[in-house]
Design a protein around this ligand. Structure first.
Ligand code: C5P
Length: 236
């Protein structure tokens, strides 16, 4: 799993069915994973999962669950039914919620004879400035709760890999630092250098006219490399 295309997850943060179908049609099979979050799921419901699967692509369900143990566990059981590749939970929900959720997922998958989805913990949002220490502390919670991986920025991914056996998924992928809401941003070449397992891109691709060309441009390592480590608070 080393080619950049295999690591790319495209966020379907759209409310137009036509556009979602265009994005998925033009990018698959080169892109094998699409992220479905609250924007598209609220608009279309479980249908959107099927549109992705019809193209033989996998779904990364990003609802960032953050609730009491019972609510987290019951919701996650429904994710097992949806047969998604992975889903997200907030690590700040705490170890008790995460433990109960994980047990419920394993039990439900065994009962329904379904594949166990990967459980991915959100550390600090990439739209926020933070310290490496905060992200590592949350990664520790993921590790202790036996989750499969974490969402972090590119700039924390290597340290997390060194310390824990966790999959790293990194949003905030840009060709340049730009001026949108993402703060802990990085280029694809940075993501590859920092050995991330997967990186997520939404707007740089889905806002373009030609989705495939935008993805190719983003993935071309010659196109961008951020100068050195970018930690907005300078507190590494
Ligand atoms: O459009 P953009 O490339 O910023 O999309 C990034 C996607 O990743 C969005 O769907 C956002 O909700 C999600 N995400 C994130 N930061 C996290 C977790 C998820 O940006 N920590």
């Amino acid at each position: 799993m080393s080619k950049p295309w295999d690591k790319l997850i495209v966020a379907l943060d759209l409310t137009s069915q036509r556009k979602i179908n265009e994005v998925v049609n033009s990018l698959s099979p080169k892109v094998g994973k699409f992220k479905v979050g609250l924007i598209a799921y609220t608009k279309f419901g479980p249908k959107i999962i099927n549109w992705v699967k019809e193209k033989k692509a996998e779904v990364f369900l990003d609802f960032k669950l953050f609730d009491i143990p019972h609510t987290m566990a019951e919701t996650a059981k429904a994710f097992v039914d949806l047969e998604v590749w992975a889903f997200t939970v907030h690590l700040r929900a705490g170890r008790q919620s995460l433990k109960v959720l994980k047990e419920a997922v394993l039990k439900e998958a065994a009962l329904k004879k379904k594949k166990v989805p990967l459980i991915i913990g959100i550390t600090e949002l990439t739209s926020q400035e933070t310290c490496l220490k905060n992200v590592l502390n949350l990664a520790k919670v993921a590790n202790k709760s036996n989750l499969d991986g974490v969402v972090c920025s590119v700039w924390e991914a290597k340290r997390i890999k060194d310390e824990f056996d966790l999959i790293t998924i990194t949003p905030g992928i840009r060709k340049d630092r730009g001026r949108d809401d993402q703060k802990r941003t990085a280029a694809v070449s940075d993501a590859l250098e920092n050995k991330v397992d997967y990186f997520v891109a939404g707007r740089p691709i889905i806002k373009a006219k030609d989705y495939l060309k935008a993805a190719e441009d983003l993935l071309n390592p010659k196109n961008a490399r951020f100068a050195g480590i970018f930690c907005p608070k300078g507190c590494r």
